[in-house]
Ligand binder design. Structure first.
Ligand code: AMP
Ligand code: MG
Length: 486
């Protein structure tokens, strides 16, 4: 019996937007696609299963060689501020939106190929991706939801059988299929606003409210309501990164999602030893996107969003400026509240006040930074019935013992006993550590996929200790630089 052909019931709601926002085109076929990863859980949501029988067909689909019926492939147009400077039009230079699919729980998810060939927005680029960044995004984006972090997810990844040329020579090409509730970015509004396209801005506001913020449908002032809601989601998102020790690396406005998902995994990485000024990205020479700057940059990105919505807020210029300012000014408080919630839980102080949690957190982070303590391991060690192994992580035993007694006093004051199970359910034991991500990439480049499979499996249960992947890198194993995702 021959297998059923693969079917995805595509629609494309983005294609209802004004044509200025996209260019319809098909992916550029590749030579010999081979599926090396498929997210079965996400596939199930979309009504798709990988089997031995359909693997070759999935590789054709998720390389862009086969375009399924009703799919409406397009590259979208956006602009943006990169590293604080206006860059003008950017757009999907190597991504193609295939459309959206309704899930088993009646959610619509957009499906996009990344690395699928040149588009009108490719500028000097080749529209392709090499295997390294595809593996990095596949592993990290699929782990984020386990930590309660909103994110695009990876559905599939293929090698292309072609090489792409990069600075250091030819590298194996790959294509990632990513899924988001929406891939719209602040840069989509900036693009329309920079062309004084008020009708376009209004259409995008209505699109977002209809499909992604339905609670705002009856709001009297939709543009303002949307601005406030995006600010809230971004503040919450960045708080979740800070609590995890995640560094996005390229927080340009074109990489800031309008639905509050982590998007565009490029040179991102998780910190090992705690350092507020940590930067991994090789192109971020000024440290603009250093760990400690992420909340401030998120705030700045929201100011750029507000600016592009100004004409929609009020006909009176000074009134619309005041409205925008008031909305943007909420960011620091929203961020602080969301961060305190996360840190309360990480400290096991489920019933304490935000003030107490933040004071303890700040003191602890200073000690971690002074002694270059591994962030993830420290919180995990604190989630134990006694604090001996936690204290041992620090060089300054006196200072950390003092901190532990302050913390203990708070634990004793709270109504609950120390709930180590609950703490362990929010303090991961496994993160996609940079040295392992790099090792997986190196092995895969040489055709060995066992480490990829092993790491992917450990990351699917990130609150369970793993004898290999839970450990911090030895000093000589540390990988401190990441390269942009091209
Ligand atoms: P990123 O920093 O990866 O979000 O990319 C910034 C811009 O450069 C976006 O418009 C991308 O589509 C574009 N871009 C990145 N890499 C490539 C590539 N290899 N070919 C074409 N465009 C690219
Ligand atoms: Mg981008």
């Amino acid at each position: 019996m021959s297998p059923q052909p693969v079917h995805l019931p595509f629609d494309n709601r983005f294609g209802q937007l004004p044509e200025r926002l996209y260019t319809r085109l098909n992916p550029t076929p590749v030579k010999e696609p081979s599926l090396f990863a498929f997210n079965q859980a996400l596939g199930a949501e979309l009504g798709l299963q990988r089997t031995d029988e359909n693997e070759a067909e999935l590789a054709q689909i998720f390389s862009g060689n086969t375009v399924l019926a009703n799919s409406d492939p397009m590259a979208t147009a956006y602009a943006g501020h990169q590293f604080g400077h206006w860059s003008g039009t950017l757009g999907d230079g190597r991504a193609i939106l295939l459309g959206d699919v309704e899930t088993s729980s009646n959610q619509h998810l957009e499906v996009q190929l990344k690395g699928s060939g040149r588009t009108p927005y490719s500028r000097g680029g080749d529209g392709r991706s090499w295997l390294g960044p595809v593996i990095r995004e596949y592993l990290i984006s699929n782990t984020m939801p386990h930590y309660g972090v909103n994110s695009t997810r990876a559905l599939a990844a293929v090698t292309t059988g072609e090489f792409v040329l990069r600075e250091n020579g030819p590298l194996p090409g790959a294509i990632l299929t990513r899924v988001a509730s929406s891939h719209t970015r602040v840069g989509h509004f900036e693009y329309l606003a920079s062309q004084q396209d008020a009708a376009g801005v209004e259409a995008l506001i209505n699109h977002l409210i209809t499909y992604h913020y339905p609670d705002l449908q009856n709001d009297e002032h939709k543009p303002l309501a949307l601005l406030n809601a995006v600010i809230e989601r971004q503040a919450t998102l960045i708080a979740s990164w800070q609590a995890l020790g995640f560094i996005h690396g390229v927080m340009n406005t074109d990489n800031a999602s309008l639905v509050g998902e982590t998007i565009d995994y490029g040179p991102c990485a998780f910190m090992d030893e705690f350092n507020q000024r940590k930067v991994f990205s090789s192109i971020d020479r000024q440290g603009r996107y250093a760990f400690e700057n992420q909340p401030r940059v998120g705030h700045w990105n929201m100011a750029m969003l507000a600016q592009s919505l100004l004409p929609m807020l009020s006909a009176d210029e000074s009134e619309s400026l005041a409205m925008a300012q008031a909305a943007v000014d909420r960011f620091p408080t929203l961020y602080a509240e969301a961060y305190a919630m996360r840190m309360k839980d990480k400290l096991g102080l489920f019933n304490t006040t935000a003030e107490v949690a933040i004071e303890l957190t700040e003191k602890l982070l200073l000690l971690m930074q002074a002694d270059a303590v591994d962030y993830t391991i420290a919180f995990r060690a604190l989630s134990d019935s006694n604090q001996d192994s936690f204290i041992e992580l620090f060089d300054d035993a006196v200072a950390i013992t003092d901190w532990v007694s302050d913390w203990q006093a708070e634990v004793n004051q709270s109504e609950d006993e120390l709930d180590v199970n609950r703490m362990q359910s929010v303090n991961p034991a496994v993160i996609p550590r940079n040295h392992w991500v790099e090792a997986v990439i190196q092995a895969a480049v040489h055709g060995d996929w066992t480490l990829f499979d092993e790491f992917e499996h450990a990351l699917s249960q990130p609150f369970t200790f793993h004898p290999k992947f839970s450990l911090a890198p030895a000093v000589e194993e540390r990988v401190t630089a990441t390269f942009c995702g091209t």
